[in-house]
Design a protein around this ligand. Sequence first.
Ligand SMILES: Cc1cc2nc3c(=O)[nH]c(=O)nc-3n(C[C@H](O)[C@H](O)[C@H](O)COP(=O)(O)OP(=O)(O)OC[C@H]3O[C@@H](n4cnc5c(N)ncnc54)[C@H](O)[C@@H]3O)c2cc1C
Ligand SMILES: *[C@@H]1O[C@H](CO)[C@@H](O)[C@H](O)[C@H]1NC(C)=O
Ligand SMILES: *[C@@H]1O[C@H](CO)[C@@H](O)[C@H](O)[C@H]1NC(C)=O
Ligand SMILES: *[C@@H]1O[C@H](CO)[C@@H](O)[C@H](O)[C@H]1NC(C)=O
Ligand SMILES: *[C@@H]1O[C@H](CO)[C@@H](O)[C@H](O)[C@H]1NC(C)=O
Length: 338
Amino acid sequence: MTDVNIAVLGAGVVGLTTALELQTQFRNARITILADKFKEDTTSFVAAGLFRPSPNFSGPNETITRKWINNSYHHWDTIRRTAEASLAGVTEISGYMFSSVSPSTVRNPYLEGLLPLYRTATKEELNLCPGDWKYGSFLTTVLIDCGVYLPWATNKYLATNGKIVPQTINTFTELTGKYDVVVNCTGFGAKYLCNDKKLVPIRGQVLKVHAPWVKTFFYGEYDTYIIPSFGAVTLGGCRQYESYNLNPCKYDALAIRERCEAMLPSLKSAPLVGQRIGLRPHRDVVRIEKEVITTENGRNLKVVHNYGHGGYGVTTAPGTSKYAVELVKEMLMGNSKL
Ligand SMILES: Cc1cc2nc3c(=O)[nH]c(=O)nc-3n(C[C@H](O)[C@H](O)[C@H](O)COP(=O)(O)OP(=O)(O)OC[C@H]3O[C@@H](n4cnc5c(N)ncnc54)[C@H](O)[C@@H]3O)c2cc1C
Ligand SMILES: *[C@@H]1O[C@H](CO)[C@@H](O)[C@H](O)[C@H]1NC(C)=O
Ligand SMILES: *[C@@H]1O[C@H](CO)[C@@H](O)[C@H](O)[C@H]1NC(C)=O
Ligand SMILES: *[C@@H]1O[C@H](CO)[C@@H](O)[C@H](O)[C@H]1NC(C)=O
Ligand SMILES: *[C@@H]1O[C@H](CO)[C@@H](O)[C@H](O)[C@H]1NC(C)=O
């Protein structure tokens, strides 16, 4: 299709991954990213970036959800196998999930069978970390460091004639007549733009420490995690529903350090190098849908929504973007069953 104008709202991991997918599916289209925050100012930058969808993560039905997760894993793993991997911020990583209360918290029906390695931890492995660990799993997955991925994806997009316009979108009216279809990847921003009451923030805070001796990740209870990434180790975390506080909380920071050091005492000597806070755009279910919006000026705007990925936007960006781009195709073919 030539002369098609497509806008992508948002330049987080979802917006950029969608824009790259559009470029591969619509070679002659004019694609524009409109966003008011980039790279280190996005929620995506805050993410630890581990590929680990929660068993609670859900799309419209299980078949579709599994397809998103499968496609996402293969997308990231394909990048991991290329010479570009380190430039894209994608790497392989292995680690443990431990629990002292329930075997189900260390299981993951989406990942078992998909990842190259997902097995029960041995008795000896349960003693790797102090604590009364009764259940454990060892798995090999991928990690995507958005601090590296977002700049890489931006450059790749720009090098393929992609256009980026820094802009805050306040109403849909300003988009009518300019674009044949708009893909809405605004994350939590969608709350205001779409007045979407189902979208709630789950606040998270993480610490970045210098601990190059830590090579594996560890997940414990109460959202405790230690995840080595490019250049630093991420210590987390917390999940605070309906909190809008984007300032660092010193009590959260103290609790995170205490919980992580209890699991891995060598972290006591790891200097703090950064602190990040973000609001996970949680929506039950993630919204990837077509909609024709009639704006105040009476004109129609074709929109494909792609937001509400919660704590799993890095994990699921490729699969959900592929799905969103299929919906874009349907809308442009004019066979949209709306
Ligand atoms: C502490 C923490 C740890 C996390 N760890 C992980 C993890 O290990 N694995 C994982 O998969 N996920 C993780 N996440 C979740 C992940 O960060 C999010 O799911 C993901 O970043 C959502 O991406 P997004 O592109 O939808 O949103 P964002 O990154 O927030 O991007 C939204 C974009 O939309 C733009 N925008 C919004 N409104 C407007 C507007 N009105 N006009 C113009 N532009 C607008 C913004 O400028 C921005 O560019 C974590 C999150 C937190 C907070
Ligand atoms: C998953 O869902 C269960 C039951 O609805 C809930 O108790 C639990 O807190 C959820 N976990 C996450 C990580 O959201
Ligand atoms: C899941 O949803 C898709 C799209 O709505 C539909 O085609 C498919 O039949 C559904 N699958 C199941 C198992 O419900
Ligand atoms: C998973 O995805 C890969 C590549 O995207 C595909 O070849 C494979 O058929 C998919 N498997 C399932 C079960 O969907
Ligand atoms: C994008 O989604 C958000 C979230 O619901 C919404 O507020 C906004 O109106 C949407 N924007 C467009 C252009 O559809």
